[in-house]
Design a protein around this ligand. Structure first.
Ligand SMILES: [Zn+2]
Ligand SMILES: [Zn+2]
Length: 388
């Protein structure tokens, strides 16, 4: 029951977020919040993102709980690295669509674990995709079969990229810096280095320390931002590796109160010791980085809690947290939205020609059920079996 509630809550959060910045624009009248007097490497924090400027880079760590879904966009170009878990599929699809993204140049499925590929079948079914790349290894799970079937239905052929292979995304380059074939499927993770101008972002998938050791850190150099491996577990993020790639910022994708204890204290200690500003999706919701002429800017969808940012450098922490006025205005708006609270974004299932929509995916043995929201059911009426 609780799980279902969480699922529903998650499903409605994203539209709030988007609607939220539309309201902010109304409230603050498009006024640009000046970035605080920060160095180019310290992002100012805004709770909500402003509309993206043309050709600007925006990287979204979508809050899908204890799973990964990372969207990178620039102008007309976008790539998705992992797509959350099975129960995140509506959330991820809606997140992408609400940004006005109508196609994805690439999908990278870092490895076959459900918390990385679970939502990708829905994304592939509903959003045109140029190419799909996968890591080595496969799974015998239904999630994996759904993923492969969705790819096949679209006439795409997934391939495993070669080590060192590069892909253009707008003015940026994505480079595969690990594509191992190991027994532990986490270590099959595609590790991806994103480079835009002088900025580098390293996306570790679920790779552990043995993979970190095999990565050519000299070739990578210093990065600005790292998505640490395996949701902050202690099997990843070895001190020497993190020190070698020397990020300014770290993102941990983890779910609130997850059963795995992610992120591990050891990982947090490592990042702390190296004075890396660390952002967690369980504390901050969606975490969005803009890279533009002003440097890196950070936005989050949740009212910022101080313990969402971890860094020992008090001055840096205060710089990151000093957008008090903006935050308090936004909190009022968040409350307004929570009061309105509607169910139109609840996940439902139906078929193309079916007259009913269902709460349960498996109800009535639906063939190729469409995953949607109540907004999208049209004339269909609720199934009596599911909603009695
Ligand atoms: Zn994972
Ligand atoms: Zn994994």
């Amino acid at each position: 029951m609780r799980e279902k509630e969480i699922k529903e809550r998650k499903a409605i959060k994203k539209p709030y977020f988007i609607a939220l910045w539309l309201m902010i624009i109304a409230v603050v009248g498009c006024q640009k919040t000046e970035p605080s007097n920060t160095s180019s490497n310290t992002p100012s924090v805004h709770q909500t993102a402003e509309p993206i400027e043309e050709k600007q880079v925006r990287i979204h760590f979508i809050d899908t709980g204890n799973s990964d879904a990372i969207l990178i966009e620039q102008g007309e170009h976008a790539a998705l690295i992992d797509g959350g878990d099975n129960n995140d599929e509506v959330l991820v699809v809606e997140y992408i669509k609400k940004l006005g993204i109508t196609s994805l140049d690439y999908i990278f499925a870092t490895h076959p674990d459900a918390d990385h590929i679970g939502g990708l079948d829905a994304v592939i079914s509903q959003i045109p995709v140029g190419q799909v790349f996968v890591g080595n290894g496969k799974a015998t799970t239904k999630t994996y079969t759904d993923f492969i079937e969705a790819i096949m239905r679209k006439g795409l052929s997934p391939s495993v990229p070669l080590l060192g292979k590069t892909f253009n995304l707008g003015d940026a380059i994505l480079k595969i810096v690990s594509v191992a074939h190991e027994k532990d499927v986490n270590n099959c993770s595609l590790v991806i280095l994103y480079t835009y101008k002088d900025y580098k972002v390293l996306l570790m998938g679920d790779a552990d320390q043995s993979i970190e050791q095999s990565i050519d850190v000299n070739e990578i150099g210093d990065v600005d931002l790292i998505k640490v491996g395996h949701h902050g577990s202690k099997t990843s993020s070895h001190y020497d590796f993190i020190k070698a790639v020397s990020p300014e910022h770290a993102v941990i994708t983890c779910g609130e109160g997850n059963k795995y204890g992610h992120p591990n204290q050891e990982t947090l200690d490592t990042l702390n010791k190296l004075n890396i500003a660390t952002y967690r999706t369980d504390k901050m919701g969606d975490i969005i980085f803009d890279i533009n002429s002003q440097g890196i800017q950070l936005y989050t969808s949740n009212p910022l809690k101080e313990d969402g940012v971890i860094t020992q450098n008090e001055q840096k922490k205060n710089e990151i947290l000093n957008e008090d006025k903006f935050l308090s205005e936004n909190e009022a708006v968040v409350e307004t939205f929570q009061e309105i609270g509607d169910s139109s974004h609840t996940v439902v299932y139906f078929t193309k020609d079916g007259k009913r929509y269902h709460k349960e995916k498996n109800c009535s043995n639906m063939k190729d059920p469409i995953v949607g929201t109540i907004d999208e059911v049209g004339e269909r009426t609720p199934c009596k079996k599911c909603y009695n």
